[in-house]
Design a protein around this ligand. Structure first.
Ligand SMILES: Cc1cc2nc3c(=O)[nH]c(=O)nc-3n(C[C@H](O)[C@H](O)[C@H](O)COP(=O)(O)O)c2cc1C
Length: 409
């Protein structure tokens, strides 16, 4: 049985969280390996004469959503539905809800959201749609709702809602993360510590392609003066932030900007028969000699880490070292895919060292060199040699690692 949370968050205004813990999902967006699962959060606010729903759940949980919602309100009584972002993990249950609501509720969202909803679910769903512009304020009941667009965080339709009188931010995907936290909010530091790495992984895999917009949009919210005094940040996934609400946006900013954790170096390699691995042992030993802390992911005949986990390690690394074998005159397929995703989702200004091994003609190193030259990463060196590494090859590797360390410092 899937776990559903129905929690009262505030008495005034009367505000509820409706959260479902999706522990059945394996691959978010049919791509990202998330054994940690994810939650979908919707919120319900009851004011005098109006009932406002903020977002919904994924279609798979429509039945549970309607049941949870019905325990708080008759769906027919919902007067407004705010759609912050139309991705179906937040809107899948909407068509059924609107049917039960007899299409009485006014849907509020951006023009982009209206077009997308119509494309996904048909014209009926948008027949009572109120398009809001960036910064528009709408009085609903006795509260004022300001809608602020945050485009490309992570779709063009995305906006957040700021409730002026109560200083609440409904932030949808911004401020969200993977994982199924044991609590609903950030009051327990242990829960927060367990959860934050899943937030980083979520940011990189889901929003990473647009990571410059994270920094840009948070700057925009800061300039509006709504962050420093915010009382609660209520995201569409994961924990609610109310003990220290600013913290989640600070975390997003750090990941967006790629701020490194001191001494962390991401080491990533494939090795089919051990020759790349022999080289990487030399590299790792040299890193440790200089007090660097390598975080190691390897593709071998015994292990294949999730690319989503590797991506989550990039933003706070000081540097990357990639070990690669040449495979059919190309980059080994596992590294090829991983690197493609790193360059797309976690493209940061960080130094990279490439370590290659080949049998009869090294190609992988040169191909990676070309890819890196078109990215934000800076290539320190390609050390690519044949077969089993000689003592001379090993010395070259140690020198390259020292050069990388100098580059970092
Ligand atoms: C399926 C396969 C394809 C390969 N293709 C090439 C190639 O195109 N060019 C080359 O120089 N070596 C090629 N090699 C040899 C490897 O690059 C070489 O053995 C390297 O040292 C492998 O590193 P490892 O021992 O860590 O797996 C290939 C090896 C395998 C198993």
């Amino acid at each position: 049985m899937v776990k559903v949370w129905i929690e009262k968050l505030l008495e005034e205004p009367e505000l509820y969280l409706l959260r479902v813990d999706d522990d059945r999902i394996r691959y978010f967006e049919a791509t990202w390996d998330i054994p940690e699962g994810i939650t979908y959060n919707a919120y319900l606010m009851k004011l005098k004469d109006v009932v406002i729903l903020f977002d919904a759940w994924k279609k798979d949980y429509t039945e549970e959503f309607i049941e949870a919602l019905s325990s708080l309100v008759d769906p027919k009584e919902i007067t407004h539905i705010v759609v912050h972002h139309t991705e179906p993990d937040h809107t899948g249950a909407l068509p059924k809800l609107l049917e039960l609501n007899e299409y009485k509720a006014q849907i509020i969202g951006t023009n982009f959201a209206k077009n997308l909803l119509q494309g996904f679910y048909g014209s009926d769903v948008v027949k009572n749609f109120h398009v809001v512009r960036d910064g528009e304020e709408v009085k609903i009941g006795d509260r004022t709702f300001r809608f602020i667009t945050v485009p490309w965080l992570h779709w063009p339709d995305t906006m957040i809602t700021y409730v002026i009188e109560d200083k609440l931010i409904f932030s949808c995907d911004a401020g969200g993360g993977y994982g199924i936290p044991r609590a609903i909010d950030d009051s327990d530091e242990e829960v927060v510590k367990e959860y934050l790495p899943y937030v980083t992984k979520y940011i990189v895999t889901v929003i990473g392609h647009y990571h410059k917009y994270i920094v840009q949009n948070i700057k925009k919210l800061k300039s509006l003066g709504i962050i420093e005094s915010v009382r609660m940040i209520l995201p569409g996934h994961g924990l609610i932030w109310r003990r220290n609400p600013v913290r989640i946006f600070e975390h997003y900013e750090r990941v967006g900007a790629g701020i490194p954790t001191k001494d962390k170096v991401l080491v990533l390699y494939d090795s089919m028969y051990g020759f790349v691995e022999e080289r990487m042992k030399v590299v790792i030993e040299e890193l440790r000699k200089y007090n660097k802390k390598p975080v190691i992911y390897r593709f071998t005949d015994k292990e294949a880490p999730a690319v989503s986990d590797i991506l989550g390690e990039v933003p706070d690394s000081e540097a990357l070292i990639i070990g690669v074998s040449t495979y059919e005159a190309d980059v080994h397929p596992r590294i090829r895919y991983t690197l493609y995703e790193i360059l797309d989702k976690a493209n940061y200004d960080k130094p990279v060292l490439i370590v290659g091994a080949f049998g009869w003609g090294g190609v992988a190193g040169k191909k990676i060199e070309t890819l890196i030259s078109r990215s934000k990463f800076e290539l320190v060196e390609v050390v690519e040699t044949k077969g089993r590494p000689t003592e001379e090859d090993k010395e070259k590797l140690r020198e390259a690692v020292r050069r990388l360390i100098q580059w970092i410092s």
